[in-house]
Design a protein. Structure first.
Length: 254
C-alpha cells in the first residue's frame, strides 16, 4: 500500500493546525539574545568576547552546531546543552559544571520569554474552527513548561516533541506522528513553522498544508523553498486556511 501522503485524496478542508513553537509562537531569538547578554554580564564574561555582538554570534554558532547533532540523534537533549557551553567557552567543563552554567543562563533567558504580538489574535481567530496542536524539535519537558508560562498551553490538544518521539523534523515521520495523534490524514492538517526547510519544506513533503511564517523576509525569489505557503504575519493565516481547497473543491470548513 502506498504511503498515506501519496494515496488518492478526496477533496477536503483543513481540520487542524499544528504549530512549531520557537520563533513561531515564542520569540526565541530575542529571548535567547537578551538572556545570554544578561548572563554574560552577571558572569563577568562580556568583555572576554570583545563585543556583545561577537559573543552572541558565537553562542548562536554553538547552539546551531550542537542542536544539529541532537536532531540527528547523535547526542541527548541534555548533552547538547552541555556541549553548547563547552564550545562557547572553549573549556573542558565537567558535566556538573556545564549543567550549572547553562542553568544560570536559563534564569536570564526565561526572564525574557514572550509570545510574538500576532500569536494570541491568530489563536483566537482559529479557535472556533480548527483543532490545534504542537510539534517541536525540542523536548516535552521544556516546551510543556514554556507554553504554560506563556499562558497558551490549554490552547492545544496535544504537544509532541522530538526528544520523546525519537524522530525530528524535517523527517516525515515527525509530521505524521502529529497527524496520528489527531486521528487525521496529513492532507487534513496544516503545519505552521518559521524554518523554511525544517518546517516549510519538511511539512510539504510529508503531505501537510505547509505554511512558512517568514517575519523577517529571510529568503526571496529563487531562494524560497518550494511547497510551503509563505506568510509574513500570522494575521494572514486564517485567510490561507479558509481559502485552501483540494482538487478544486470549495472549502466549507470555517
Amino acid at each position: 500500500m502506498p504511503p498515506l501522503s501519496f494515496r488518492y485524496r478526496r477533496p477536503m478542508s483543513i481540520r487542524a493546525v499544528v504549530w512549531d513553537v520557537d520563533d513561531t509562537l515564542f520569540d526565541y531569538t530575542s529571548a535567547d539574545r537578551a538572556g545570554m547578554r544578561a548572563h554574560l554580564v552577571a558572569e563577568g564574561l562580556l568583555d572576554a568576547f570583545g563585543t556583545a555582538e561577537r559573543a552572541l554570534a558565537l553562542w548562536k554558532e554553538a547552539t546551531e552546531l550542537h542542536w544539529a547533532r541532537f536532531a540527528a540523534g547523535q547526542v541527548s537533549f541534555e548533552a547538547q546543552r552541555r556541549d553548547r557551553v563547552r564550545t562557547f567557552l572553549g573549556e573542558a567543563l565537567s558535566d556538573a559544571e556545564a549543567n550549572d552554567w547553562f542553568q544560570r543562563y536559563v534564569g536570564h533567558y526565561e526572564a525574557a520569554w514572550a509570545l510574538f504580538p500576532d500569536v494570541l489574535p491568530a489563536l483566537d481567530a482559529l479557535a472556533a474552527g480548527y483543532r490545534q496542536a504542537v510539534l517541536s524539535n525540542s523536548s516535552l519537558t521544556v516546551q510543556d513548561r514554556k507554553l504554560r508560562v506563556l499562558g497558551v498551553h490549554h490552547r492545544f490538544e496535544t504537544i509532541l516533541c522530538a526528544a520523546e518521539l525519537g524522530v525530528s523534523k524535517p523527517e516525515a515521520a515527525a509530521f505524521h506522528a502529529a497527524c496520528t495523534a489527531l486521528a487525521l490524514a496529513p492532507h487534513e492538517v496544516a503545519y505552521v513553522g518559521d524554518h523554511p526547510d525544517i518546517d516549510g519544506r519538511g511539512a510539504a513533503e510529508a503531505g501537510l498544508l505547509s505554511v512558512w511564517i517568514d517575519r523577517d523576509g529571510a529568503r526571496t525569489g529563487g531562494d524560497a523553498p518550494q511547497g510551503p505557503r509563505r506568510i509574513a504575519s500570522l494575521a494572514e493565516l486564517p485567510a490561507v486556511l479558509g481559502a485552501h481547497t483540494r482538487f478544486g473543491a470549495r472549502s466549507t470548513f470555517r
